[in-house]
Design a protein. Structure first.
Length: 298
Protein backbone atom coordinates (compact mmCIF):
# COMPACT_ATOMS: atom_id res chain seq x y z
CA UNK A 1 0.00 0.00 0.00
CA UNK A 2 1.76 3.15 -1.20
CA UNK A 3 -0.76 5.64 0.23
CA UNK A 4 -3.74 5.50 2.59
CA UNK A 5 -6.37 7.57 0.79
CA UNK A 6 -9.82 6.09 1.35
CA UNK A 7 -11.60 2.83 2.07
CA UNK A 8 -12.35 2.39 -1.63
CA UNK A 9 -8.64 2.04 -2.37
CA UNK A 10 -8.23 -0.78 0.18
CA UNK A 11 -8.75 -4.41 -0.67
CA UNK A 12 -10.34 -6.62 1.95
CA UNK A 13 -6.88 -8.17 2.45
CA UNK A 14 -5.37 -4.70 3.06
CA UNK A 15 -8.10 -3.94 5.58
CA UNK A 16 -7.74 -7.27 7.39
CA UNK A 17 -3.95 -6.87 7.46
CA UNK A 18 -4.25 -3.40 9.05
CA UNK A 19 -6.57 -4.72 11.76
CA UNK A 20 -4.40 -7.76 12.47
CA UNK A 21 -1.26 -5.61 12.65
CA UNK A 22 -2.96 -3.03 14.89
CA UNK A 23 -4.05 -5.81 17.24
CA UNK A 24 -0.50 -7.16 17.25
CA UNK A 25 0.86 -3.73 18.21
CA UNK A 26 -1.76 -3.52 20.95
CA UNK A 27 -0.90 -6.94 22.37
CA UNK A 28 2.88 -6.94 21.95
CA UNK A 29 4.05 -3.65 23.34
CA UNK A 30 7.29 -3.92 21.33
CA UNK A 31 7.51 -2.05 18.08
CA UNK A 32 9.82 -1.92 15.06
CA UNK A 33 12.04 1.09 14.56
CA UNK A 34 11.52 3.30 11.48
CA UNK A 35 13.73 6.18 12.58
CA UNK A 36 14.96 6.92 9.04
CA UNK A 37 11.46 8.03 7.93
CA UNK A 38 10.15 11.49 8.84
CA UNK A 39 6.40 12.15 9.12
CA UNK A 40 4.86 15.60 8.52
CA UNK A 41 1.40 16.47 9.86
CA UNK A 42 -0.60 19.07 7.97
CA UNK A 43 -3.89 19.68 9.78
CA UNK A 44 -5.96 22.41 8.14
CA UNK A 45 -9.01 21.52 10.26
CA UNK A 46 -9.26 21.10 14.01
CA UNK A 47 -8.47 17.74 15.54
CA UNK A 48 -7.65 16.20 18.90
CA UNK A 49 -7.90 12.42 18.53
CA UNK A 50 -6.61 11.95 14.98
CA UNK A 51 -3.75 14.40 15.27
CA UNK A 52 -2.50 13.21 18.66
CA UNK A 53 -2.85 9.53 17.80
CA UNK A 54 -0.97 9.91 14.49
CA UNK A 55 1.76 11.78 16.37
CA UNK A 56 1.97 9.16 19.12
CA UNK A 57 1.87 6.39 16.50
CA UNK A 58 4.88 7.90 14.72
CA UNK A 59 6.70 8.33 18.04
CA UNK A 60 6.14 4.69 18.99
CA UNK A 61 7.65 3.67 15.64
CA UNK A 62 10.48 6.13 16.36
CA UNK A 63 9.73 8.23 13.31
CA UNK A 64 10.73 11.88 13.66
CA UNK A 65 7.60 14.08 13.42
CA UNK A 66 7.17 17.56 11.97
CA UNK A 67 3.92 19.31 12.93
CA UNK A 68 3.46 22.09 10.42
CA UNK A 69 1.74 25.03 12.09
CA UNK A 70 -0.48 25.84 9.11
CA UNK A 71 -1.73 29.09 10.66
CA UNK A 72 1.87 30.36 10.57
CA UNK A 73 3.16 28.54 7.49
CA UNK A 74 4.17 30.21 4.23
CA UNK A 75 0.68 29.45 2.87
CA UNK A 76 -0.35 32.57 4.81
CA UNK A 77 2.03 34.43 2.47
CA UNK A 78 0.36 33.03 -0.63
CA UNK A 79 2.18 29.72 -1.11
CA UNK A 80 -0.09 27.02 -2.58
CA UNK A 81 -0.44 23.62 -0.90
CA UNK A 82 1.38 21.79 -3.70
CA UNK A 83 4.43 24.04 -3.18
CA UNK A 84 4.28 23.45 0.58
CA UNK A 85 4.20 19.69 -0.06
CA UNK A 86 6.99 19.92 -2.68
CA UNK A 87 9.08 21.78 -0.08
CA UNK A 88 8.55 19.05 2.51
CA UNK A 89 9.34 16.34 -0.05
CA UNK A 90 12.54 18.16 -1.07
CA UNK A 91 13.58 18.12 2.60
CA UNK A 92 13.17 14.34 2.66
CA UNK A 93 9.82 13.92 4.45
CA UNK A 94 8.60 10.35 3.81
CA UNK A 95 4.97 10.41 5.00
CA UNK A 96 2.55 13.34 4.85
CA UNK A 97 -0.59 13.05 6.99
CA UNK A 98 -3.23 15.57 5.91
CA UNK A 99 -6.59 16.75 7.22
CA UNK A 100 -8.22 19.28 4.92
CA UNK A 101 -11.66 20.70 4.17
CA UNK A 102 -11.25 20.14 0.41
CA UNK A 103 -12.70 16.79 -0.62
CA UNK A 104 -10.32 14.60 -2.59
CA UNK A 105 -7.29 16.79 -1.92
CA UNK A 106 -5.15 13.95 -0.53
CA UNK A 107 -5.78 11.78 -3.60
CA UNK A 108 -4.97 14.75 -5.84
CA UNK A 109 -1.66 15.25 -4.04
CA UNK A 110 -0.81 11.55 -4.25
CA UNK A 111 -1.43 11.75 -7.99
CA UNK A 112 0.49 15.01 -8.41
CA UNK A 113 3.57 13.58 -6.62
CA UNK A 114 3.35 10.04 -8.01
CA UNK A 115 6.75 10.48 -9.71
CA UNK A 116 8.23 10.92 -6.19
CA UNK A 117 7.90 7.35 -5.06
CA UNK A 118 9.63 8.23 -1.79
CA UNK A 119 6.63 10.12 -0.37
CA UNK A 120 3.46 8.53 0.98
CA UNK A 121 0.18 10.34 1.66
CA UNK A 122 -2.24 9.52 4.48
CA UNK A 123 -5.78 10.91 4.58
CA UNK A 124 -6.67 12.10 8.10
CA UNK A 125 -10.09 13.38 6.94
CA UNK A 126 -11.07 15.38 3.84
CA UNK A 127 -14.18 17.54 3.99
CA UNK A 128 -17.35 15.49 4.24
CA UNK A 129 -15.96 12.75 1.98
CA UNK A 130 -13.74 10.34 3.88
CA UNK A 131 -12.19 9.55 7.26
CA UNK A 132 -10.76 6.11 6.51
CA UNK A 133 -8.52 5.73 9.57
CA UNK A 134 -11.54 6.38 11.83
CA UNK A 135 -13.64 3.77 10.03
CA UNK A 136 -10.78 1.26 10.27
CA UNK A 137 -10.26 1.78 14.01
CA UNK A 138 -14.03 1.48 14.47
CA UNK A 139 -14.01 -1.88 12.67
CA UNK A 140 -11.05 -3.03 14.77
CA UNK A 141 -13.01 -2.14 17.92
CA UNK A 142 -16.15 -3.96 16.74
CA UNK A 143 -14.12 -7.08 15.94
CA UNK A 144 -12.76 -7.09 19.49
CA UNK A 145 -16.35 -7.54 20.67
CA UNK A 146 -18.03 -9.47 17.84
CA UNK A 147 -16.28 -12.35 16.10
CA UNK A 148 -17.82 -11.78 12.68
CA UNK A 149 -19.58 -8.76 11.19
CA UNK A 150 -21.52 -10.61 8.49
CA UNK A 151 -24.51 -11.39 10.77
CA UNK A 152 -24.49 -7.98 12.48
CA UNK A 153 -26.85 -5.06 12.29
CA UNK A 154 -24.83 -1.85 12.56
CA UNK A 155 -26.69 1.44 13.02
CA UNK A 156 -25.22 4.86 12.26
CA UNK A 157 -27.21 7.54 14.08
CA UNK A 158 -27.11 11.30 13.64
CA UNK A 159 -25.95 13.77 11.04
CA UNK A 160 -25.12 11.23 8.33
CA UNK A 161 -25.12 13.69 5.42
CA UNK A 162 -22.19 15.78 6.67
CA UNK A 163 -20.23 12.97 8.28
CA UNK A 164 -17.05 11.81 6.56
CA UNK A 165 -17.04 8.90 9.02
CA UNK A 166 -20.47 7.78 7.74
CA UNK A 167 -19.29 8.00 4.14
CA UNK A 168 -16.23 5.87 4.85
CA UNK A 169 -18.43 3.48 6.79
CA UNK A 170 -20.66 2.76 3.80
CA UNK A 171 -17.61 1.57 1.84
CA UNK A 172 -16.16 -0.33 4.80
CA UNK A 173 -19.46 -2.11 5.48
CA UNK A 174 -19.52 -3.20 1.83
CA UNK A 175 -15.89 -4.43 2.00
CA UNK A 176 -16.62 -6.50 5.10
CA UNK A 177 -20.04 -7.62 3.92
CA UNK A 178 -21.75 -6.29 7.05
CA UNK A 179 -25.15 -8.00 7.40
CA UNK A 180 -27.18 -4.82 7.73
CA UNK A 181 -26.10 -1.18 7.77
CA UNK A 182 -28.83 1.26 8.71
CA UNK A 183 -28.39 5.03 8.68
CA UNK A 184 -30.79 6.84 11.00
CA UNK A 185 -31.24 10.57 10.51
CA UNK A 186 -33.90 13.24 10.21
CA UNK A 187 -34.63 14.04 6.53
CA UNK A 188 -32.30 17.08 6.13
CA UNK A 189 -29.35 15.05 7.43
CA UNK A 190 -29.88 11.92 5.39
CA UNK A 191 -27.16 11.06 2.85
CA UNK A 192 -27.55 12.44 -0.66
CA UNK A 193 -26.26 9.16 -2.15
CA UNK A 194 -26.38 5.72 -0.61
CA UNK A 195 -23.73 3.22 -1.63
CA UNK A 196 -24.50 0.49 0.92
CA UNK A 197 -27.19 -0.01 3.53
CA UNK A 198 -30.49 1.80 3.91
CA UNK A 199 -31.74 5.03 5.40
CA UNK A 200 -34.58 5.68 7.83
CA UNK A 201 -35.84 8.62 9.85
CA UNK A 202 -37.34 6.27 12.44
CA UNK A 203 -35.00 5.81 15.38
CA UNK A 204 -37.07 2.96 16.76
CA UNK A 205 -37.02 0.99 13.46
CA UNK A 206 -33.34 1.75 12.90
CA UNK A 207 -32.17 0.69 16.34
CA UNK A 208 -34.39 -2.39 16.57
CA UNK A 209 -32.18 -5.42 17.31
CA UNK A 210 -29.00 -3.49 16.45
CA UNK A 211 -25.70 -5.07 17.53
CA UNK A 212 -23.64 -1.90 17.18
CA UNK A 213 -24.74 1.75 17.41
CA UNK A 214 -22.34 4.37 16.05
CA UNK A 215 -23.56 7.78 17.15
CA UNK A 216 -22.32 10.75 15.13
CA UNK A 217 -21.75 14.41 15.89
CA UNK A 218 -24.19 17.03 14.71
CA UNK A 219 -21.87 18.97 12.39
CA UNK A 220 -23.28 22.43 12.95
CA UNK A 221 -20.37 24.10 11.16
CA UNK A 222 -21.28 22.27 7.92
CA UNK A 223 -25.06 22.86 7.85
CA UNK A 224 -26.56 24.90 5.01
CA UNK A 225 -29.45 27.21 5.88
CA UNK A 226 -32.03 24.70 4.61
CA UNK A 227 -30.42 21.91 6.65
CA UNK A 228 -30.72 23.69 10.02
CA UNK A 229 -32.83 21.79 12.53
CA UNK A 230 -34.31 22.85 15.81
CA UNK A 231 -32.08 21.18 18.42
CA UNK A 232 -35.01 20.58 20.75
CA UNK A 233 -36.68 18.59 17.93
CA UNK A 234 -33.46 16.61 17.44
CA UNK A 235 -33.13 15.86 21.16
CA UNK A 236 -36.77 14.87 21.35
CA UNK A 237 -36.44 12.31 18.51
CA UNK A 238 -32.80 11.31 17.96
CA UNK A 239 -30.46 11.82 20.92
CA UNK A 240 -29.32 8.37 22.10
CA UNK A 241 -30.87 8.09 25.55
CA UNK A 242 -30.94 5.13 27.93
CA UNK A 243 -34.59 4.53 27.05
CA UNK A 244 -33.92 4.48 23.28
CA UNK A 245 -30.95 2.18 23.77
CA UNK A 246 -33.44 -0.49 24.86
CA UNK A 247 -34.60 -0.86 21.21
CA UNK A 248 -31.21 -2.42 20.40
CA UNK A 249 -29.94 -5.83 21.48
CA UNK A 250 -29.02 -6.15 25.16
CA UNK A 251 -25.37 -6.71 24.30
CA UNK A 252 -25.17 -3.90 21.74
CA UNK A 253 -22.02 -1.79 21.88
CA UNK A 254 -22.16 2.00 21.70
CA UNK A 255 -19.62 3.99 19.73
CA UNK A 256 -18.89 7.61 18.82
CA UNK A 257 -15.91 8.80 16.76
CA UNK A 258 -15.73 12.01 18.82
CA UNK A 259 -15.77 14.80 19.53
CA UNK A 260 -19.10 14.21 21.30
CA UNK A 261 -21.82 16.73 21.90
CA UNK A 262 -23.16 15.33 25.15
CA UNK A 263 -26.91 15.69 25.53
CA UNK A 264 -27.33 16.15 21.77
CA UNK A 265 -25.65 13.22 19.97
CA UNK A 266 -25.77 10.99 23.04
CA UNK A 267 -26.69 11.28 26.72
CA UNK A 268 -23.84 11.04 29.22
CA UNK A 269 -25.43 8.08 30.97
CA UNK A 270 -25.08 6.12 27.69
CA UNK A 271 -21.70 7.55 26.62
CA UNK A 272 -20.20 6.66 30.00
CA UNK A 273 -22.28 3.52 30.55
CA UNK A 274 -21.29 -0.16 30.51
CA UNK A 275 -22.08 -0.69 26.82
CA UNK A 276 -19.94 2.22 25.66
CA UNK A 277 -16.64 1.43 23.91
CA UNK A 278 -15.92 5.06 23.03
CA UNK A 279 -12.62 5.27 24.89
CA UNK A 280 -11.61 1.88 23.51
CA UNK A 281 -12.03 3.44 20.05
CA UNK A 282 -9.67 6.22 21.09
CA UNK A 283 -7.06 3.74 22.38
CA UNK A 284 -7.35 1.60 19.26
CA UNK A 285 -6.81 4.70 17.12
CA UNK A 286 -3.20 4.79 18.18
CA UNK A 287 -2.54 1.17 17.15
CA UNK A 288 -4.50 1.45 13.90
CA UNK A 289 -2.49 4.54 12.94
CA UNK A 290 0.76 2.73 13.72
CA UNK A 291 -0.37 -0.02 11.35
CA UNK A 292 -1.24 2.55 8.66
CA UNK A 293 2.10 4.38 8.93
CA UNK A 294 3.97 1.10 8.67
CA UNK A 295 1.82 -0.20 5.79
CA UNK A 296 2.40 2.77 3.49
CA UNK A 297 6.15 2.18 3.75
CA UNK A 298 5.91 -1.45 2.63
N1 LIG B 1 -12.83 11.41 15.28
C1 LIG B 1 -12.06 12.45 14.96
O1 LIG B 1 -11.63 12.64 13.82
O2 LIG B 1 -11.75 13.27 16.02
P1 LIG B 1 -10.83 14.55 15.93
O3 LIG B 1 -11.55 15.57 15.08
O4 LIG B 1 -10.64 15.01 17.36
O5 LIG B 1 -9.54 14.15 15.29
Amino acid sequence: MNHFLDINSLTIDDARHLIARALQFKQNGTYPCYDHYTVAHLFYENSTRTRVSFEMAAQRLRMPVVNLDVAHSSEQKGEVLTDTVATLVAMGVSIIVIRHSQEGIVSLLANRFQHQNTVHFVNAGDGQRAHPSQAMLDMMTILEHKADVSPLKIALLGDIRHSRVAHSWQYLAARFNVGELVMIAPKPWQPVNTYYGFVTDSLEDGLKEADVIITLRVQRERLLAEEELDMSFYKQHYTLTEERLSYAKKDAIIMHPGPMNRGIDIDSVVADGPQSVILQQVSNGLFMRMAILEAVLQ
